[in-house]
Design a protein around this ligand. Sequence first.
Ligand SMILES: *[C@@H]1O[C@H](CO)[C@@H](O)[C@H](O)[C@H]1NC(C)=O
Ligand SMILES: *[C@@H]1O[C@H](CO)[C@@H](O)[C@H](O)[C@H]1NC(C)=O
Ligand SMILES: *[C@@H]1O[C@H](CO)[C@@H](O)[C@H](O)[C@H]1NC(C)=O
Ligand SMILES: *[C@@H]1O[C@H](CO)[C@@H](O)[C@H](O)[C@H]1NC(C)=O
Ligand SMILES: *[C@@H]1O[C@H](CO)[C@@H](O)[C@H](O)[C@H]1NC(C)=O
Ligand SMILES: *[C@@H]1O[C@H](CO)[C@@H](O)[C@H](O)[C@H]1NC(C)=O
Length: 393
Amino acid sequence: MKFAIFGIVAALSTSFATASTLYAASYGGSLYSLAFNKANGSLSTLEKSQDCGTSPSWLMLDQPHGILYCLNEAIDTANGSITSFQAFANGSLDTIEKLTTPAGLVMSAIYTAAGVKDSGFFAVAHYETSTVTTYAVDRAKGEFQNLQTFTFEMSHPGPNTTRQDAPHPHGVFVDPTGKFVLVPDLGTDLVRIFAIDPSTGYLEPVEPYHATPGSGPRHLTFWTPKTYNATTSDVYMFLVHELTNVVSGFRVGYTNGGMSFDRFFHGTSYGNYTAPSSSKVAEIKVSPDNNRLVISNRLDNTFGSNNDSIAIFDIADKNGERFTGVRFVGLYPAFGSSVRHFDIGGCPQELAVSLENSQKVGVIQWNMRNGEPGRLLAELTLDGDVPAAIWAK
Ligand SMILES: *[C@@H]1O[C@H](CO)[C@@H](O)[C@H](O)[C@H]1NC(C)=O
Ligand SMILES: *[C@@H]1O[C@H](CO)[C@@H](O)[C@H](O)[C@H]1NC(C)=O
Ligand SMILES: *[C@@H]1O[C@H](CO)[C@@H](O)[C@H](O)[C@H]1NC(C)=O
Ligand SMILES: *[C@@H]1O[C@H](CO)[C@@H](O)[C@H](O)[C@H]1NC(C)=O
Ligand SMILES: *[C@@H]1O[C@H](CO)[C@@H](O)[C@H](O)[C@H]1NC(C)=O
Ligand SMILES: *[C@@H]1O[C@H](CO)[C@@H](O)[C@H](O)[C@H]1NC(C)=O
């Protein structure tokens, strides 16, 4: 197999001397705020909080309001929790509120309801307890309360009996119109779809998308032209399936109060290569320039022992305005094992990776000109497995 070879990297400019802040969740029971200093390539701890609970799994930053929400998956514990923090520019985290929930929290997303003044809501996927919960939130204050709880059942296991023993909601995503919440369910091979009631913010289940049996849908992302304003019809969705390492592409339509999906692309997250049997695709996002798909492959050891891969696909023109079809670009090193989550941000933009099994956060150069990951700029070992890492901006 041949992969991208990196050229000689020019000496780092010191013009971006300011540090960027990152937040990371560790199954060691800690929520970290970290400082990345590009000038000298250092990644250091600003603050470490135990207030999220025993198994911090997901971080949701309400950036305009400076509030960070931390989900506690509560592995092997009866109940999980959600904690909100005031996130200060200097990296300090002040605890605002902590709420007990069903266990198994793995992802959340914020949405609004057009008809509710100053409205804010968020939904949470609970993998282990087959549940989706929703909350009304005062976004300025970071205070929230439970609104709805949906618990799902299935009459018999799915084709992958060990992983599909029960419904397993794995992600929460809001569509580009802001009118629907989508929840990939790994256990039932469904993408559950909920319409947001514009007058109350309550979720109403509508017709789901049925994925291939045994595929295990996990996460998804939408693509729209950069200047999309919800009146244009150019909406695409990309869905990764954990159990088969498949990425599917769809043209999205809106019909009868629901969503429709016309699948036009179906291939593995390894592009032209065969997916290694150990691999489990995890995260999928659109690049900052709106023209690439960035996908993380866990436990594939593509670049040697404990060095997994990031896959890049080209999907649009340089300006991110025109969809051009799906073209595999290549695989790039993740610099660690089990790259469960990543985020492209900071100043200037870099790729932060949560290397779960390596118990590390890594910062990888993001080549804005080519739309590709580059070399490792910094890494830091935390106090346990690291399921999530995000930039403060
Ligand atoms: C990098 O620079 C920052 C800010 O000047 C400093 O606090 C830190 O100690 C430096 N780290 C290393 C490894 O030199
Ligand atoms: C960080 O900023 C906040 C708000 O300005 C302040 O209360 C806190 O003392 C600062 N923390 C540190 C460690 O400087
Ligand atoms: C705690 O977990 C149990 C079992 O999943 C659940 O029934 C209960 O509602 C949870 N408590 C709260 C406050 O969510
Ligand atoms: C179930 O999924 C796992 C990946 O989590 C895979 O290794 C295994 O082969 C799958 N089993 C079946 C029966 O498809
Ligand atoms: C949205 O985009 C369409 C098509 O480009 C344009 O005609 C319309 O004026 C835009 N609407 C707003 C509110 O910007
Ligand atoms: C990979 O597949 C793309 C089409 O998706 C093709 O254009 C490209 O030539 C292939 N590259 C290799 C190395 O086979």
